[in-house]
Design a protein around this ligand. Structure first.
Ligand SMILES: NC(=O)c1ccc[n+]([C@@H]2O[C@H](COP(=O)([O-])OP(=O)(O)OC[C@H]3O[C@@H](n4cnc5c(N)ncnc54)[C@H](O)[C@@H]3O)[C@@H](O)[C@H]2O)c1
Length: 418
């Protein structure tokens, strides 16, 4: 069995400095690590993780190791691994199989090496690990107690599995904790997507028409930040409630067919397929920039782009030009993969602190709870509240407590207009 495979072991010292920097901004996870070090709640457990291999993930892995677990890790995207971090993790005894820029075959090869380590708990981001275990590696199911899922797209896939009876072990939807999606999906994606676009292009956002497809948590965060940079934000949606919310937040809302003619920059954050496709690309302005921040590289129809283009050039890192017969050029960032991870460094450590605190506490919850039927579970409320309290404490923010009179008032129905 292979122990690990990374791009370059000699990058480990650089990776360690990155991890140290992230760790300084992850006080909640560090408190959990401190307790795990003492209590060893994960002793004897092998954890198989398919997560973006970033410096923040390394801090989570460190907490799991402190809890007594053995960890096997692969990336959850072919373009998101930070090679120096992967090298540092390999050096510290993690079975890590990840490097930046992988073919689809290499990507799934790494997923299978994690499964080779016989995980008892899985951590997934997008449900590719769970998918592989439930399809080609079903023998691994016998060892598994449960798992967690980090992102919206993964939770959608798992709920589809649950519905058809395909899901064979319990999974906690970490994505659906308040202390995850309200901060990670919104502020994390908002800031880091802008970061990815700027690193790839260095364009000025002020005055640009910035089209965001999908006004969910990620789209909202991105709209807020793009507006703050002086862009004119246009939203496209399929959900009337979200569309209405976008309109009331002051953004223009219209179908993608109309937005296609106006946009200077397009970002998809839907978790859906073929949101920007041939008929839209045919109408776009010369120089329009296309990026995706949704989980999979299916939101912008890249096959359509390739079919329409007469030629393609790589202009700079994460920026490809597609030139059409009529002379127009469209620019695709990071091959249509998660632009914030492929072209920048993913979410800032401060938000991953909360997402990964949820992950660590949910892993502990699964380790301690026997006989959870195979379903998709919400994060227990006490975990969500613990994470919020620890984060507030770390930020030195105090809040009020209900008085006895208030508790009583809030729990009764007799008192009305006075
Ligand atoms: N880039 C990152 O680091 C990051 C972080 C968190 C989540 N994600 C991913 O981003 C995606 C969105 O996550 P979310 O939490 O915002 O989900 P969400 O469910 O809150 O929002 C998605 C929105 O897209 C809309 N939508 C669906 N199809 C559409 C279409 N064809 N056109 C326009 N709008 C459409 C939905 O109505 C919904 O409002 C998911 O794939 C998720 O896994 C990425």
């Amino acid at each position: 069995m292979e122990d690990f495979k990374v791009k370059d072991n000699s990058l480990a010292p650089k990776g360690n400095l990155q991890i140290e920097w992230a760790s300084e901004h992850m006080p909640v996870l560090n408190q959990i690590k401190k307790r795990f070090t003492k209590e060893k709640p994960l002793k004897g457990l092998t954890i198989g993780a398919c997560l973006h291999v970033t410096k923040e993930t390394a801090v989570l892995v460190d907490a799991l190791l402190a809890g007594g677990a053995e960890v096997a890790l692969c990336g959850s995207n072919p373009l998101s691994t930070q090679d120096d971090v992967a090298a540092a993790l390999a050096e510290s005894g993690v079975h890590v199989f990840a490097w930046r820029v992988q073919t689809t075959e290499e990507y799934y090869w790494c997923v299978e090496r994690v499964i080779d380590h016989k995980p008892m708990i899985t951590l997934d981001d997008g449900a590719d690990l769970v998918g592989a275990i439930h399809s080609k590696r079903t023998e691994a199911l016998t060892n598994i107690k449960g798992g967690t899922e980090e992102t919206t797209t993964g939770v959608l896939r798992l709920r589809a599995m649950e519905k058809t009876g395909a899901l064979k072990y319990p999974i906690i939807a970490v994505n659906d904790a308040y202390t995850k999606y309200l901060f990670d999906n919104r502020y994390g994606t908002g800031q880091s997507t802008i970061d990815g676009i700027l690193r790839a292009t260095n364009i000025l956002l002020a005055g640009k028409n910035f089209v965001i497809c999908g006004y969910g948590w990620c789209g909202r965060g991105l709209a807020m930040r793009a507006e703050g940079m002086g862009a004119n934000v246009i939203i496209t949606e399929v959900n009337p409630l979200k569309a209405l919310e976008a309109a009331m937040n002051g953004f223009r809302v219209m179908p993608i067919a109309e937005a296609a003619t106006l946009g200077d920059i397009f970002v998809t954050t839907t978790g859906d397929i073929s949101v920007i496709r041939k008929e839209h690309m045919q109408k776009m302005k010369n120089g329009a920039i296309l990026a995706n921040s949704g989980h999979f590289n299916v939101e912008i129809d890249i096959k359509d782009l390739e079919e329409l283009a007469a030629s393609r050039r790589n202009i700079r890192s994460n920026l490809d030009e597609y030139k059409f017969e009529d002379g127009r050029r469209l620019y695709l960032l990071a091959e249509g993969r998660l632009v914030n991870l492929a072209s920048a460094e993913g979410h800032p450590a401060e938000v991953m602190d909360m997402s990964f605190a949820n992950q660590a506490l949910c892993v502990e919850y699964i380790a301690k709870n026997e006989k959870m039927p195979p379903k998709v579970y919400l994060v227990p409320n006490e975990i969500d509240e613990t994470v919020a309290k620890l984060k507030l404490g770390a930020m030195k923010i105090e809040i009020d407590e209900l008085t006895d009179k208030q508790k009583k008032y809030l729990a009764t129905w007799e008192m009305g207009t006075i």
